[in-house]
Write a protein that binds this ligand. Sequence first.
Ligand code: PXP
Length: 233
Amino acid sequence: MKLGVNIDHIATLRNARGQDNPSILRALQVCEKAKVDTLTVHLREDRRHINDNDLKLLKKYSKLPINLEMALTDEMISISKRIKPNFICLVPEKRNEITTEGGLNLEKISENKLRSLLSVCYSNGIELSAFINPNKKAINLAKKLKFQTVELHTGSLDKIKINNKDKEKINKMIDYAFSLNLKVNIGHGLNFSNIKFIKNRKKIDTVHIGHFIISEAIFLSLYETIKKFQRII
Ligand code: PXP
């Protein structure tokens, strides 16, 4: 399983003071030195963390593949056309949420916008995935809409007391997605301990982790936190 590091919260901290500290490009250098597999950023409609200029700079300087998390909107489709990230992960977005609270409801997705994004992806070699809840209905729908990759929401493991039902469900749904020949990524709310409950780690393509890595970096350093995560996974 590869590691994608989401650096949104470096920008959250920077935006608290409006200058350039901590620097996104310095975070990029550490991620490169630590041999992270992908660099993930979520360009939100309200630009609460990463902004357009960050994305431009990351595209210019990153030696790592960029995974852009975005909502399926005309604005984001046109940004993705310009930036040409290596990966796009479609996520739901609500203005007042603290973080991405659930998976994308593929029943409500605009098929026109999806077609238009798919044509950007095909012509630029961008791999598209959808961030979905770990249940059969969402996985079946992703397959029906011809997604080849899904990212399963692992937020149910982000609690102090995780029950066996939650652990079993996520592992069962990862296996279910494999059974449909989907490429599987996972992400949300993962940390040093709950990642160990994910069983089929060798078959999963990438785990995307943000908040915990950036939080832990305050105590351990960004480099050491990434290295520790890599050892675990
Ligand atoms: N994957 C997706 C699609 C996300 O939206 C997020 C949160 O931005 C993450 C992974 C990372 O979640 P966390 O910050 O809880 O590690």
